[in-house]
Design a protein around this ligand. Structure first.
Ligand code: CAA
Ligand code: FAD
Length: 380
């Protein structure tokens, strides 16, 4: 493995770092407090090519590799995980899935606008009664000849009210189980499609999470992605790459908290010396830095597997499992290093601690990552 970054990758990392510091940092506390979607910032991310990073330039994307995507996700997430989840969903769940499995008409109609950030997308798999157990889809897409009749409810959908295009997973043929599931492109404004109220969340409060209701929505047959019955495999295959993005998000939350803790430990004095002179604080910093480096290597390994066309299901799940635990552990300790100041909003670490938790839940909980990893190990 050679993780020497290329000049291009370093330039992407620097551009993302600069954007995070100049455009995201001012206002991040206020957006969190008021659950305000970072609309202007997302528009600028699109203009800079961060919303369709891995998409072929012929469809409006930036044509970059997954390593660059991981580097950019880390930098954006150090500052604003609400913005980075929008970026992650649009890049890895919506654009990647459409580019890999969509047909040319779908790519021309939707991907070209999604990759430039002209519009953003949502990925709709989870339901009130089907989260981890994703094959238990209750949403139905009844085959009516030249269209599907879509009925049901999706839960917890990121970009729920801000997206223009939604990839909706639904059951067409119950008798066929997961092989009877389809992935449909649903447009905002289709008759019978209603966006529910916004969720009031612990973390990533600037992101826009909603339930979605579909009542007799007529979705044209040409909006199905792939062959009839391909929807569940589409979702699983897309999520395998999505997990690398969320792993990088968790890595960024951890490294953002670590950098703040390191700086603070050299400024704050207690018992006549900087707190960084106390070994208890030094050991916390050592643990944080070690786990963050390990998480980064796992993220780069998974990204490199994807870029080099090796299987990345297991390495992506390992990266997400470890990086999300690192995010949780590091942010809790970063608050501790800050003492009482860590408990108030202006020092940022309390927000990072709240944001960290979701990385152990979405795109497959930590328990689900262990299922994915262990199945792969046992398969041999
Ligand atoms: N690529 C392609 N196909 C795959 C696959 C992959 N990576 N993984 C599984 N499949 C296929 C299997 O081959 C199988 O098909 P066949 O029977 O035809 O071979 C089919 O999918 C079913 O697989 P399993 O038998 O393994 O299914 P399962 O019921 O045991 O579930 C699971 C497996 C891993 C637990 C899966 O249900 C899962 O990933 N659950 C978690 C759901 C999830 O991650 N949701 C995230 C929602 S999006 C989100 O959260 C976005 C956000 O936060 C921002
Ligand atoms: P459950 O599946 O009910 O799990 C509850 C607990 O049981 C968990 O600890 C779980 O790990 C455990 N568990 C379940 N099954 C097993 C098992 N077999 N073995 C061991 N433990 C098990 N979904 C989308 O489709 N699109 C989105 O854009 C999206 N964005 C989200 C944004 C936010 C802020 C949140 C909170 C969720 C989002 N989700 C999205 C949904 C997310 O993917 C699900 O919440 C997640 O997959 C878990 O499903 P669940 O909430 O139904 O929990």
């Amino acid at each position: 493995m050679n993780f020497e970054l290329t000049e291009e990758q370093l330039a992407v990392q620097a551009a993302a770092r600069d954007f995070a510091q100049t455009e995201l940092l001012p206002g991040v506390i206020e957006r969190d407090e008021h659950q305000k979607f970072p609309a202007e910032q997302i528009k600028k991310l699109g203009e800079l090519g961060f919303l369709g990073m891995m998409v072929d330039p012929k469809y409006g994307g930036s044509g970059m590799d997954t390593i660059s995507y991981v580097l950019a996700m880390e930098e954006i997430s150090k500052v604003d995980a609400s913005a980075s989840v929008v970026m992650s969903v649009n890049n890895s769940l919506v654009c990647w899935g459409l580019e890999k499995y969509g047909n040319e008409e779908q790519k021309q109609k939707y991907l070209t606008k999604l990759a430039t950030g002209e519009i953003i997308g949502a990925f709709c798999l989870s339901e009130p009664e089907a989260g981890s157990d994703a094959t238990s889809q209750r949403t139905t897409a009844e085959d009516k000849g030249d269209y599907y009749l879509l009925n049901g409810t999706k839960n917890w959908i990121t970009n729920g009210s801000t997206a223009s295009v939604y990839i909706v997973i639904a059951q067409t043929d119950v008798a066929k189980g997961h092989r009877g599931i389809n992935a449909l492109i649903v447009e905002r404004g289709m008759e019978g499609f209603v966006v529910g109220p916004k969720e009031n969340k612990l973390g990533i409060r600037g992101s826009d999470t909603h339930s979605l209701m579909f009542t007799d929505v007529k979705v044209p047959k040409e909006n199905r992605i792939g062959e009839d019955g391909f929807g569940f495999k589409f979702a699983m295959s897309t999520l395998a790459g999505g997990r690398i993005g969320i792993a990088a998000q968790a890595l960024g939350i951890a490294s953002g908290a670590y950098e703040l803790a390191l700086k603070y430990s050299k400024e704050r004095k207690a018992f006549g010396v900087e707190i960084s002179k106390h070994q208890a604080i030094q050991f916390k910093l050592a643990d944080m830095a070690t786990n963050i480096d390990a998480a980064r290597l796992l993220c780069l390994q998974a990204a490199s597997d994807k870029d080099n066309h090796r299987d990345y299901g297991k390495s992506g799940a390992m990266a997400k499992l470890f990086a999300s635990k690192t995010a949780m552990d590091t942010t809790v300790e970063a608050v501790q290093v800050h003492g009482g100041y860590g408990f108030v909003k202006e020092y940022h670490v309390e927000r990072l601690m709240r944001d960290a938790k979701i990385t152990q839940i979405y795109e497959g909980t930590s328990e689900i990552q262990k299922i994915v990893i262990s199945r792969e190990l046992l398969r041999g």
